[in-house]
Design a protein around this ligand. Sequence first.
Ligand SMILES: N[C@@H](CCC(=O)N[C@@H](CS)C(=O)NCC(=O)O)C(=O)O
Length: 224
Amino acid sequence: MIDYYFWTTPNGYKIIVFLEEAGIPYRIIPVNLSKGEQFDSKFLQISPNNKIPAIVDYEPEGARGPIAIFESGAILLYLAEKTTQFIPTELVARTEVLKWLFWQMGGLGPMLGQYQHFNQYAIEKIPYAIERYKKETKRLFTVLNKKLDNSQYISGEYSIADMACYPWILKYHFLGLQLDNFPNLKRWVDLLAARPAIIRAYKKGKEINTTPTVTQESMKFLFG
Ligand SMILES: N[C@@H](CCC(=O)N[C@@H](CS)C(=O)NCC(=O)O)C(=O)O
């Protein structure tokens, strides 16, 4: 059994998608970021960076007791290796998946997050910051659109690279972007959105929360 510490954000959806795809037993433990539950001392023992997602695996291979994991890239990689699914074993193909997983973790997620922050949430509107992250966001969308020129999925077969990128690309409308300008991304989003596991994952998310996480009230938790 896996305990999944989740909230309805892009990084949160990555893992619920994996768990649904792999069909492994899990239990969702909501961490309401709007109420500051990420700072609860019990949660901090599992995720010392006070962020979701995090998991506790009660049946890890070769370990004596439960194992706690935070950072969505590390969790995806752990689950892929544990289940031998959604990552190839052959070195070159595997590295192709890891390249794009790390690209998402180091680029797509943080840059889009900063763009939304400065454009939408920051009380002081700083034109340089807004422009900087907007350009980066568009550049990253262009890079992934190009990568999908000749392939159905990001790295060969459907993999954890797709699962990592999908919830972030879905934010395009919040970022004021149109997928019509990125036809390969549009095709890929439509392809993934039709997957039964992805439909189930987003349905489960909606059962947990349908309200915006960032509100006037929650800003004190989220932005210090
Ligand atoms: N690099 C981390 C980022 C996680 C992250 O930013 N989580 C956000 C939600 S998407 C969070 O929990 N924020 C709460 C906070 O900062 O207090 C990962 O990929 O797991």
